[in-house]
Design a protein around this ligand. Structure first.
Ligand code: ZN
Length: 280
């Protein structure tokens, strides 16, 4: 099942994508796709509703991030060995994690703001994992039981803010609109193997990233288990699992985004995003 949130920023309502391609409103059945509604059993119950009984939403309606109430937006750094190489960094002995401010979250096709003073705004297509129920000290074998589903996540990054302005990476990852998520929250039954998904990204129609979750160093189940050893993961938390090679930083010479650039990205089974970059 593909769940979504439709409507104006801050006023999104829950919905789903029916098999006939129509967007259907779920607000008569659930208040929002947040908290307890993300429990895999609740999602299964919502997914069992006959879509023909649900109101049709206009196809041109804006989509927001497909989950709400995200308390933590956790990112995994250098999780593809070939991306680590292009970044001039070694694959770490344990996952590198960092936080992206949840205020960066936006819809999959919203304009992305290039922050003031930015000269190195860059792209990163990533597989996003949405937590469905609280996970603490879970094993790798049971980790996926705590996952609601998967999303396309664009880990937009400002490289100078990230690595040239002192401290950790948070500054370069948290700017407003640096976290497009969606278009859909795709439930686990539609993604039986999260470690076999093609992922791609284009800038102005030119392919920049063309990878697969096959080459992730640390897979989804490992990461959920690993993170849960350090902090409780709550429903609505998002884990962005790292990017394959082909980012602007790794090009010779490096190439960064400017106002007017259009970025399109997608992952097998999870849909696509399209953003126009604009100066903030
Ligand atoms: Zn990333």
């Amino acid at each position: 099942m593909k769940f979504l949130r439709h409507g104006a920023p801050g006023a999104e309502k829950p919905g789903l994508l029916a098999n006939d391609g129509t967007i259907r409103d779920l607000s008569g059945h659930v208040a929002d796709l947040a908290g307890a509604a993300l429990d895999p059993q609740t999602l299964a119950r919502l997914g069992a509703i006959d879509p023909s009984t649900l109101p049709v939403i206009d196809a041109g309606t804006r989509l927001g991030a497909p989950v709400s109430g995200t308390g933590k937006f956790i990112c995994i750094g250098l999780n593809f060995s070939d991306h680590a190489a292009e970044s001039g960094m070694a694959v770490p002995p344990e996952p590198v994690i960092f936080m992206k401010a949840t205020s960066a979250i936006c819809g999959p096709n919203d304009p992305v703001l290039i922050p003031r003073g930015s000269e190195k705004t860059d792209w990163e297509v990533e597989l996003g994992v949405v937590i469905g129920k609280t996970a603490k000290y879970v094993s790798e074998a049971e980790a996926l039981d705590y996952v609601a589903g998967y999303v396309v996540s664009h880990d937009v990054s400002e490289r100078a803010f990230q690595t040239e302005r002192s401290g950790q990476w948070t500054k370069g990852k948290s700017c407003d609109t640096f976290g497009p998520i969606g278009p859909w929250l795709v439930t686990k039954d539609e993604v039986p193997d999260p470690q076999n998904l093609n992922m791609w990204l284009k800038v102005n129609g030119e392919t920049m990233q063309n990878g697969s979750s096959k080459t992730m160093v640390y897979g989804v189940a490992f990461l959920v288990s690993y993170l849960s050893q350090f902090m409780s993961l709550h429903p609505g938390d998002v884990i962005s699992t790292g990017t394959p090679p082909g980012v602007g930083l790794g090009m010779k010479p490096p190439r960064y985004l400017k106002a007017g650039d259009v970025v399109e990205l997608g992952i097998d089974k999870l849909g696509t995003q399209k953003q126009t970059f604009v100066q903030d």
